[in-house]
Design a protein around this ligand. Structure first.
Ligand code: TZP
Ligand code: MG
Length: 213
């Protein structure tokens, strides 16, 4: 069965932003703070290292019942029996990923414009990532942020649950949640926090404040 998932606070990892701490420690602290999804994103690691990392993080996730998503690499998601994969517009098309992974895995797709939403709305995917809300040093190649109005437009027309990503932090999380997204996704706000557990807890508290309204 496809794993149930909760998009409220979705951690995406970046080893380079973890202030020299092992990624497993950061993930464990973030889980204690309440993150509801974890995506491992490795742009430089060898395949062998990425595989090992997924397996290490999978062990940490076991007691939490939190889904583990692999960025880009459908082969690694399949080989490690991760809960799913997150694809960008230049990655493997979702149809092929679904064919490889089968009906039970979670597939997330990044949407960078309202035009891209049309195809996504009829796709057999599980959630969309609205990207980027704000320009962010974490992903420099993305030039223009969609802003709050652009994020609201995509969220309101999406047939799938939506998570927003890019430049989201404790200061702007409430404004982003107010666009109607189901949750937010962060890299630096947790990976680079001196206390990832407290940072996750504070973000989740604000997210839930808006959700309960
Ligand atoms: N995709 C779109 S923006 C982004 C990714 C992976 C990076 C977001 O990082 P941060 O540090 O939360 O702005
Ligand atoms: Mg990608």
């Amino acid at each position: 069965m496809r794993a149930k998932f909760d998009l409220r606070l979705y951690l995406v990892t970046d080893r380079d932003l973890a202030l020299g701490r092992p990624l497993t420690d950061v993930v464990e602290k973030a889980l204690k703070g309440g993150v509801t999804m974890v995506q491992l994103r490795e742009k430089k690691a060898t395949t062998r290292r990425f595989l090992q990392e997924v397996m290490d993080v999978k062990k940490i996730l076991q007691p939490y019942n939190t889904p583990l998503i692999v960025n880009d690499r459908v082969d690694i998601a399949l080989a490690t029996d991760a809960d799913g994969v997150h694809l960008g517009q230049s990655d493997m098309p979702w149809q092929m990923a679904r064919k490889i992974l089968g009906p039970e895995k979670i597939i997330g797709l990044s949407i960078e414009s309202i035009e891209q939403l049309e195809e996504a709305n009829s796709a057999d995917i599980d959630y969309i990532g609205i990207s980027p809300v704000f320009t962010t040093p974490t992903k420099k190649e993305l030039e223009k942020g969609l802003g709050i109005p652009g994020t609201r437009e995509i969220a309101s027309q999406s047939r799938h649950p939506a998570v927003a990503i890019g430049g989201i932090n404790i200061e702007n999380v409430k404004d982003v949640m107010a666009t109607g997204v189901d949750g937010i996704s962060v890299v630096s706000a947790i990976c680079s926090a001196s206390d990832p557990e407290a940072s996750a807890r504070d973000l989740l508290e604000r997210i839930d404040m808006i959700k309960k309204r």
